[in-house]
Structure formats: C-alpha cells, structure tokens
Write a new protein. Structure first.
Ligand code: NAD
Ligand code: SER
Length: 319
C-alpha cells in the first residue's frame, strides 16, 4: 500500500481508519473522501469530495493521486437502509461496482467491509461458521452478501486483490455511528456519562457480537497487509471480539457508574433486524489465515470507552 483512497472517510470507521493509515504510512499518501465536507473537528490532510456512485469521480481521484489501494467504506447501514432500500441498493451495490471497475482498470487492491448482517434467520445462530447459509431478510444484508460475491468475482475473473471482513457491531467514541442496529452499544456510553440513564431500543437479552474500534481498524490493516498466499476466503472473513446483550453491557457500565439506570423502549424494526442476525460468529478462519486476534473484551472496552469518551465530552464542553 503506497497511495491509499478511503471512501466514506468521515463515517464511524473512516474517522479512525484514516488516522491509523496516516500514522502507519506517509500522511500525505492517504486521501480521505466522502460526500460530506470535513469540519474543523475532522483531522487535517488530503480530502476530496467523491460520490462513490459516480464512476467519473472515483476514476478521477484514483488517477490524480495514483492510488493503489482503496478502503471502500461508503455505505448505508442496516437501519437507514431498511428505511431507504432503493438508495441503499444504489449506494451499497452501485458504489461498490464503480469502485471495483476503477480498481480493475487502475490495478488497485480493495478492502470492502461486510457485516454480520450478511447472515439471516436460516443461518446457524450460534458460532456461525465462516462458510454457511446466507439468506438475509434486510436490504442491508442483501447488499452485503451480493457485495461479498461481487468482490470474489472481481478477484477470480479480473485478478483484483479484493479482501474483506464481516464486522460485528462496532463501538467507538471518535465519530458517531451512522444508523445501524447495533448503535445502542455506542449511544449507551454517551447517555451513561451525560445523564446516568439510557433507553435502549433493543430487548435486554438480544445477544450480538461486538467489537471495539481499535480492533476493527487493526483487522482492516492486518488483512490488507496479509500474505495473499495464505488467504483462502478473502470476501469476507468472520471477525469477532466481544459477545454480549444490552443487559450485560448495562451491568458492566454500572461497575464504573453505579447510579446508571437502563430502560427499554423496543423499536420493532431494529429488533427484527437484530433477531435475524447470529448470536455469535466463529472467526477461526481469520485466526488461521491471517492471525486475527482481538485485543479488547467487554471489560477492557467498557473501561477504555468510558475514560476516553468522558475526556472528549469534557473537552467539547470547554470549547
Ligand atoms: P457510517 O455510516 O458511519 O459512514 C459511512 C460514510 O459514507 C458517511 O460518512 C457517509 O457520508 C458516506 N457516504 C454515504 N453515501 C456515500 C456516497 N454515495 N459516496 C461517498 N460516501 C458516501 O458507516 P461506518 O460505520 O463507517 O461503516 C463503513 C462500512 O463498514 C460500511 O460498509 C458498513 O456496512 C460496514 N460495517 C460497519 C459496521 C459498524 O458497526 N459501524 C459493522 C459492520 C459493517
Ligand atoms: N453495526 C452495523 C449495523 O447495525 C452492522 O453491520 O448496521
């Protein structure tokens, strides 16, 4: 990776991935792009407006910066996609197709994240295997399965170096989540610090895999740097770190904020989405093919998240 383009770079993952890539490689070699315009709060560095559904815009930025690797993050997340299925198809599939076409022409490698949303109710729920039934019932899931297949197709048919992971719900304090079913696991920290209470939109016993952002960033970079001769799966690897319910997360937060109270007001749309996803996934293929190993569990993630988010909110209050 010498010249890198990140699409959807102002989102929850991009906000931290761009920083990590700039630290690891030449800062100027990492171009952030989005359809939103950066604010003073976003890190300085090369930025271009790129709508991933516009082939010309993707092509121009890749040529301008002589890009050899694209981290394609632009997408609509599960809850937003369920509200706007047509737009979700256009952005998630149309955008990926344009990025893959440019990658084919310009010989770029592509990282494209899939999700636990690529599974559905007929998938084995516990320890979901790497290779299994994928019949999702959401538009988000449909685009994720189709995206995995399209990336595999570009690898086998055209030799494009496509790689991806199936992320679980991601927890972070730098940028807010973009409208997913797992957003409760981020919102809870903001409300715990600000108000010592949170109203959760998922049922208390909804078990899902989750991951702290530093592990998600490590997964993306490690996979793109992995020895290709070891990769049997490519698109996309199950990756897991922590596995818990809203009730377990609330109890973990109470260890640090004893007055914290959790209430429930279940959103049927997001509950249905969560109920269609696995309780836990098996990430042994990632562990054996590119040595994936997360660093954070529920306890260490909660501690770090509360500490860093409290600092951030205090700083923002002072500004
Ligand atoms: P996000 O919603 O926070 O950010 C997406 C970014 O894409 C936004 O900044 C948005 O402005 C931008 N965008 C939207 N339409 C665009 C377009 N047409 N062209 C260019 N940019 C556009 O999403 P995220 O959480 O950073 O997720 C990134 C990727 O990771 C997505 O593919 C998502 O499905 C996947 N993923 C995320 C999670 C998670 O929990 N965050 C979990 C699994 C998979
Ligand atoms: N966190 C994501 C979502 O809920 C999972 O892909 O949409």
């Amino acid at each position: 990776m010498k010249r890198i383009l990140v699409t959807g770079a102002l989102g929850q993952i991009g906000a931290e991935l761009v920083l990590a890539l700039r630290e690891r490689y030449e800062p100027d070699a990492v171009v952030a792009s989005d359809i939103r315009i950066p604010t003073d709060r976003d890190p300085p560095g090369p930025f271009e407006y790129v709508d991933c559904t516009e082939l010309r815009q993707v092509k121009e930025v890749v040529r301008k910066y002589d890009v050899d690797t694209i981290f394609h993050l632009a997408a609509l997340l599960s809850a937003v996609a369920e509200g706007k299925p047509r737009v979700a198809w256009e952005v998630n599939m149309g955008g990926l197709y344009k990025v893959l076409e440019v990658a084919r022409e310009s010989h770029c490698a592509v990282f494209h994240p899939s999700s636990i949303g690529a599974f559905g109710p007929s998938t084995p729920r516990m320890s979901t295997p790497q290779d299994t039934i994928q019949r999702p019932t959401t538009m988000y899931g449909v685009t994720k399965v189709a995206g995995e297949l399209l990336c595999d197709y570009y690898y086998h048919r055209f030799g494009v170096d496509t790689r991806g992971v199936r992320y679980p719900g991601l927890i972070s304090y730098v940028a807010p989540p973009g409208g997913g079913t797992t957003d409760y696991a981020v919102e809870i920290f903001y409300d715990a610090i600000r108000n010592q209470r949170y109203t959760c939109f998922l049922k208390s016993d909804t078990c899902l895999d989750m991951m702290y952002m530093p592990d998600a960033i490590k997964a993306a970079i490690d996979l793109m740097e992995a020895d290709p001769s070891r990769l049997e799966h490519r698109n996309a690897f199950n990756v897991a770190a922590a596995n818990f319910t809203p009730d377990a997360l609330a109890k973990e937060i109470q260890k640090h904020i004893p007055d914290f109270q959790m209430e429930y007001d279940v959103d049927p749309v997001r509950q249905d989405i969560a109920d269609s996803w696995p309780d836990s996934i098996d990430d042994s293929a990632a562990r054996s093919e590119w040595d994936w190993a997360p660093s954070y569990d529920l306890e260490s993630m909660t501690r770090d998240m509360l500490e860093n988010l409290a600092k951030k909110l205090k700083k923002e209050k002072r500004l």
